[in-house]
Design a protein around this ligand. Structure first.
Ligand SMILES: Nc1ncnc2c1ncn2[C@@H]1O[C@H](COP(=O)(O)OP(=O)(O)O)[C@@H](O)[C@H]1O
Ligand SMILES: [Mg+2]
Length: 227
């Protein structure tokens, strides 16, 4: 069931990477997952096609989705599979609005950069307008998607600003790791990567699981709050 939508008005902030990592963890945990690629550039559909032999059987990647087909695609997938993850293009278009209208959780990935934070604010405003329009609370979280051990002044300031504005941050971040970009180049999942492919694939897997757990906990909390 739950529909998780990756949205930002900016490209290059980690939407597709986060979407694919989450889908890989859920499917590896035995939960069939539909990954809807609604970006006209088709990064996830390309990954699935290029390495079709290495895509887990219970991970269904659906490409070619646009503003005309997204609502039906989400509803059909949500009726079939325990998880639906939607990856969007980096712009506030009709496809994004429709996807948000169906979301149980919108994740807004960003790096610790002021320009990303400004765009994250635009997405939050869009979600809040949709909440009003549909008279339903739409849950969202900012997620830091290329986190490094270095905590810069800029990052501290951004965190403080988000907190001040009451914008919730997911309690786990996706760390910047070679494994998370290598999966697009080598194919397959992070669970298939060896020490020869990238250094310490195990740490990427642990981080991916930690992120997925934060997402499922947030979904549970939201469901409990709505009940
Ligand atoms: N956690 C990460 N670790 C390493 N590289 C990352 C990570 N997240 C994103 N990237 C890289 O940053 C670039 C942009 O990420 P992508 O997921 O395509 O962003 P978006 O979908 O928002 O445009 C890609 O080259 C991707 O491989
Ligand atoms: Mg993308």
């Amino acid at each position: 069931m739950p529909v998780i939508v990756l949205c930002s008005t900016k490209g290059g902030v980690g939407k597709s990477t986060t979407a694919l990592v989450l889908a890989q963890v859920f499917s590896a945990a035995g939960k069939a997952t539909t990954l809807i690629d609604a970006d006209p550039n088709q990064p996830l559909a390309t990954w699935a096609k290029r390495f079709s032999g290495n895509v887990p059987e219970n991970l269904h990647v659906q490409g070619g989705i646009n503003e005309e087909t997204i609502v039906d695609a989400i509803d059909t997938a949500a009726a079939q599979h325990p998880f639906v993850i939607v990856d969007l293009e980096g712009s506030a278009n009709l496809t994004a609005s429709y996807a948000i209208s169906r979301a149980d959780l919108v994740l807004i990935p960003m790096r610790g950069k002021q320009l990303d934070a400004d765009q994250a604010g635009r997405v939050v405003a869009l979600i809040e307008r949709e909440s009003k329009a549909f008279r339903r609370r739409i849950e969202y979280r900012v997620v830091f998607s290329m986190a490094t051990a270095l905590v810069t002044k800029e990052l501290k300031h951004i965190r403080a600003t988000l907190e001040q504005k009451g914008i919730p941050i997911l309690p786990a971040a996706l760390k910047e790791k070679a494994a998370f970009s290598a999966m697009f180049q080598i194919g397959g999942t992070i669970f298939d990567l060896t020490d020869e492919d990238v250094s310490n694939p195990k740490s990427a897997i642990d981080n991916a699981k930690e992120l997925a757990l934060a997402v499922t906990n947030t979904l549970k909390e939201a469901e409990a709050a709505a009940a």
